[in-house]
Design a protein around this ligand. Structure first.
Ligand code: 5AD
Ligand code: SF4
Length: 578
């Protein structure tokens, strides 16, 4: 029987309480035994669920890379695998059990193989204990609050030759200085807050990710500035409810202020997830309408079109209030694309309530939507209520899907003939000659073009519309688009920026200007004295004195010291075009 050390086990009730927030820095030194273990070994991570989980994956990849592990995309070749789970709906949770079973082979082939279970499912009561009893090849179970202790806990498991469970059910930490390996070189996710305070009656998030706590504005802006200087083109700010960002500081900080500060970093495209409808203030609408780099796309979960169901769901708005915010947003930003989340089959939902959801979809005119059948989650209030028969929920789900497809097709058709700025993701999986990318309104666009446009912004004119995607045509010379991208990258590069700044200072410095004039004069004098044995040595000395003064001038010295590195960067940029 394998030894299991239970450091902490999940307790959903205490996870939902609000402790005082502690701000700390991640300890990034790697324990020696883990460094030794990582040599020549690789890791694999499989993530389920939302963007918060995807960002956790990037952070866990950051820890493992720092430890010295390589990464593999083949789970069978991994010496360490992480399953990053999602608890929002039951079917997402069920998939995980099959996947844990599949790693038995890895353990049979390699007795040192380590399987790590992470993510929201681990934060549910009794899950870790039952996993440890059923699957002896699990080495470590961590909750969402323990991601920052990954290396420390792996090291402990190696040292004690035991399996470890550490699921801290509290939400008191905001950890900065996190290592991270971002999954996309030009689009980045940035966490702005963790957890949620809303306690919608169907939702498990406040019991897994805990109460809401915001990162400090200066830490978020600094992270975004670094992304800009690394050449990132798009940032998505992440929070379960971005609109309540900063309320926990109780100093008047709002999400609108943060959004404005991030827009000012110069990131070309800025978006955010997820908005709580009635906390979407006039200030937010104003900021969104003012800054051209904030995409006119808004994910605006409604959940239901019936005020009665919304009340049961614990959503703090009625159908009318939701529609009122939508109409104010549309008035200020006429080309806004709205997407949403909708749950059907929630307890007490009648056919009439469902009809209201259908009519609301039509009224808003969503450009797309995520649709879900209600899934009771243990520990949430609605799980104890009388449930709708599954066949009724399924039938409503199909009708809703039909309605959403109708809305999506209609909004796609409205894109016909328009030209959009598209951030190119790369060649499409099915055809290498076809590139794909997303327009600022969130629509997927396919078009023919050279693969060197990956990561660039291009102008694409829409020629065909399908329900889930659009087909377009490049509306400009691809080389011009690439040249624009290179110029953008040069402007973002911190080294080139510093060089240009120094060069500008050199141009404007009066002392350097007069030294330059003096040098010219001495040069003339030198030329005139040429051949005259008496005046030439004097003229040469005077000329060299001025030259020396120029060489020793700190501004010129600093600029020229950067020149070699600048040349290297330019060569790298040249190679990236080839
Ligand atoms: N059942 C079905 N859907 C759910 N969601 C959250 N909890 C549940 C649940 N118990 C949906 C909501 C939310 C999205 C992320 O997942 O629509 O906005
Ligand atoms: Fe869940 Fe509601 Fe919070 Fe969204 S706002 S994470 S649905 S509790």
């Amino acid at each position: 029987m394998k030894k299991v050390i239970y450091e902490n086990v999940a307790d959903q009730k205490s996870a939902a309480k609000r402790p005082p927030v502690e701000r700390t820095l991640s300890h990034n030194e790697v324990p020696e035994n883990l460094k030794e273990f990582a040599k020549g070994r690789s890791f694999y991570i499989r993530t389920y669920g939302c963007q918060a989980n995807l960002r956790d994956e990037e952070i866990m990849a950051g820890y493992l890379t720092a430890a010295g592990f390589a990464r593999t995309q083949d789970p069978r070749k991994a010496s360490l695998a992480i399953i990053n789970t999602c608890a929002v709906r039951e079917n997402a949770e069920e998939k995980v059990y099959g996947e844990i079973g599949s790693y038995k082979i890895n353990k049979q082939k390699d007795k040192d193989f380590m399987l790590v279970l992470a993510g929201c499912v681990m934060d549910e009561n009794n899950v870790a204990q039952s996993l440890m009893e059923t699957y002896p090849w699990i080495s470590l179970v961590i909750g969402t609050h323990d991601v920052t202790r990954l290396n420390e806990l792996l090291s402990k498991a190696l040292e004690k030759k035991a399996s470890i469970v550490s699921v801290r059910s509290f939400a008191s930490e905001v950890v900065e200085n996190l290592p991270s390996v971002r999954s996309n070189p030009f689009q980045a996710f940035v966490n702005i807050s963790y957890g949620c305070d809303k306690f919608c009656t169907y939702c498990i998030v406040p019991y897994t990710r805990g109460r809401e706590r915001s990162r400090k504005m200066e830490d978020i802006v600094k992270e975004c500035e670094e992304l800009v200087s690394q050449g990132y083109k798009q940032i998505t700010l992440l929070g379960q409810n971005v609109n309540s960002y900063g309320l926990d500081f109780q100093d008047g900080t709002t999400f609108a202020m943060l959004l404005e500060a991030v827009a000012k970093t110069g990131i070309p495209h800025l978006r955010f997830l997820t908005s709580y409808p009635t906390q979407f203030t006039e200030e937010m609408i104003h900021v969104m309408a003012t800054y051209p780099n904030i995409d006119h796309w808004l994910h605006f979960p409604v959940q239901s079109g019936s005020s009665k169901v919304l009340k049961k769901m614990g959503r703090r708005y009625s159908r009318e209030e939701y529609l009122d915010v939508v109409s104010r947003i549309k008035k200020a930003i006429p080309d806004i694309a709205l997407t949403t989340d909708i749950i059907v089959g929630f307890p007490y939902e009648t056919e009439e309530d469902f009809q209201q959801t259908l009519s609301l979809c039509e009224e808003v005119g969503y450009s797309s939507a995520f649709t879900f059948i209600y899934s009771p989650r243990s520990g949430t209030p609605a799980a104890n209520w009388e449930q709708i028969p599954p066949e009724v929920s399924h039938e409503r789900f199909l009708r809703l899907k039909e309605k959403i497809d109708e809305c999506t097709a209609k909004s796609s058709a409205e894109c016909l003939g328009k030209t959009y700025t598209v951030l190119v993701d790369g060649p499409s999986k099915r055809n290498a000659e076809v590139l794909s990318g997303y327009a600022p309104n969130g629509k997927l666009i396919n078009f023919k073009g050279p693969s060197y446009l990956t990561g660039c912004f291009v102008q694409v004119k829409i020629k065909e519309s399908h329900v889930y995607s659009l087909v377009g045509e490049l509306a400009e010379d691809p080389l011009i688009a690439k040249a624009r991208d290179v110029s953008f990258q040069m402007h973002c590069d911190p080294l080139l920026k510093e060089y240009l700044k120094l060069d500008q200072a050199v141009q404007n410095d009066p002392e350097i200007k007069s030294l330059g004039e003096a040098l010219l004069e001495k040069k003339k004098k030198l030329a005139l004295a040429f051949g005259d044995d008496i005046s030439y040595p004097n003229a040469k000395r005077e000329y060299e004195e001025v030259l020396q003064k120029i060489r020793n001038h700190p501004l010129l010295h600093n600029r020229d010291a950067l020149r070699e590195q600048v040349e290297q960067t330019l060569l790298q940029i040249r190679d990236s075009i080839r």
